[in-house]
Design a protein around this ligand. Structure first.
Ligand code: SF4
Length: 446
């Protein structure tokens, strides 16, 4: 939590010696509060002042990284309780289980399935972030074998066991991937913390309630491990959800350091649809990592879509680069449509044009990432904007005809657009889903 100028002043020597270049300690404190100067400019600041100010400057929730290279996963460093206050920073890491009760062939097959997942929506990749290797067997050798199989996915790894010897065996195989490891309980805190610290890996702390969790994180910290992820192993879903919410509040609003870490939560039991409902709730509040068991693509897609929606910046609509796009092998006789550069709008139109199976051009007009109706009502979309986009994309040399299909919702601008461009304006359907039928009717191919 940021300190005020007066809070900082209380920590300074108050000698007004001017060595910092400021006329008084108070002036220096005020400048420091506004981040115009650094504490190192006061040579006489005490060690306690330095420590207090460093602690105050630290983010209220740690950023935890695990995995390496392209597989690196990040969680934490959130600053707000609600998305509309600013934005959420670290999209929930979705992890899929790899139980060590599977035999060799099944482990290989599951690893291949996870590795092959590639989801994309509105032009953005939606990755599965990690594989959670579960020591369900309780056997150290099986756990190590499952960890090795999980490594072949190329994803960040989470090693989950309550046995330090099993963790040691798995770490011996995959330590180079910098996995997230755990889970340390009150009984295993010292042993788990040592293993995590030696391997330079972040550690999961597991406790049944927040009081026990705060005590546990302090204990692990004292054992030399401060890169933590919290697993609130509450007795039921309601206790978990309220606990996760309270932990976030205490970390961000009260700067309560023992809970200032991201969380991991589990939705790995039950039917795929039940897992996804629960996982989606956990994405909303406040699972930094959510572990599921299902590998059903339809279920994963629903979860990843929810995550994508929550983790966009509410102040910056997701945009597509405004330019001319070819759908299929479009040529000089292909239809030309325009839409706006709001990602959801553009990709909906693009997929409907694709469904028509008529190669086409889509002119994506810059409306600052707003939809057709929103941009038209805000005057970000008018005949001059469209004419300018046509000129910039040089559509005159791209198509031989002089026909432009416009969204049905802005049929009202067709007259002015015709005057502005000299092109024939064809009013397309209001709903994008009607585009395939519309195109087949108005633009029959030979
Ligand atoms: Fe005060 Fe330190 Fe500046 Fe001297 S150098 S005036 S002690 S803040």
């Amino acid at each position: 939590m940021a300190l005020s100028g007066l809070d900082i002043f209380k920590l300074l020597p108050k000698t007004n010696c001017k060595k910092c270049g400021q006329p008084t300690c108070l002036a220096f404190a005020m400048a420091l509060a506004q981040k115009k100067v650094g504490l190192d400019q006061c040579p006489d600041a005490s060690a306690q002042a330095r420590e207090t100010l460093a602690a105050a400057a630290a983010p209220p929730m740690r950023l935890i990284k695990f995995g390496t290279g392209l597989a690196e996963a990040k969680t934490g460093q959130e600053t707000v309780l609600f998305r509309h206050e600013e934005k959420f920073h670290s999209p929930t890491v979705v992890a899929i289980t790899m139980p060590d009760t599977l035999d060799g062939a099944a482990l290989k097959s599951r690893a291949e399935t996870i590795k092959a997942f590639a989801f994309e929506r509105i032009g953005q990749q939606m990755p599965i972030g990690a594989v959670a290797v579960m020591n369900s067997s309780g056997d150290a050798a099986k756990f190590a074998a499952a960890a090795e199989a999980a490594k072949t996915t190329g994803k960040a790894l989470i090693l989950l066991t309550d046995k330090p010897d099993a963790l040691q065996a798995a770490l011996a195989k995959v330590k180079d991937t910098l996995p997230l490891v755990g889970a340390a309980t009150d009984a295993t805190a010292a042993a788990m913390a040592k293993l995590a610290a030696d391997a330079k890996c972040p550690l999961i702390a597991r406790a049944p309630d927040l009081e026990a969790m705060a005590a546990l994180t302090e204990k692990i910290k004292a054992a030399g491990c401060d890169n933590l992820v919290l697993w609130l192993d509450a007795p039921d879903g309601w206790a978990e959800m309220t606990g996760l919410t309270l932990a976030r509040k205490l970390a961000l609003k009260k700067n309560f350091r023992p809970l200032g870490y991201p969380t991991i939560a589990f939705a790995a039991k039950g039917k795929p649809e039940d897992q996804i409902v629960r996982a989606t709730s956990l994405v909303c509040k406040y699972g930094g990592i959510v572990v599921i068991d299902t590998v059903e693509p339809w279920a994963l897609l629903a979860l990843l879509t929810s995550r994508q929606n929550l983790y966009t910046d509410p102040q910056k609509p997701v945009q597509v680069e405004p330019k001319l796009y070819s759908v299929g092998e479009a040529g000089p006789d292909s239809p030309l449509l325009f839409t706006t550069n709001f990602s959801l709008t553009y990709y909906t139109v693009e997929s409907d044009v694709e469904a028509a199976r008529i190669p086409s051009w889509i002119l994506c007009v810059d409306t600052e990432g707003t939809s057709v109706l929103t941009s038209y009502s805000g005057d970000k979309l008018n005949e001059k904007v469209v004419a300018k986009a046509m000129k910039a994309a040089n559509v005159e040399s791209v198509v031989k005809h002089r026909k432009l299909i416009i969204p049905g919702y802005v049929a009202v601008m067709s007259g002015k657009l015709e005057e502005e461009t000299g092109w024939e304006i064809m009013v397309g359907p209001r709903e994008s889903s009607v585009i395939p039928r519309y195109l087949r009717e108005v633009w029959p191919t030979k």
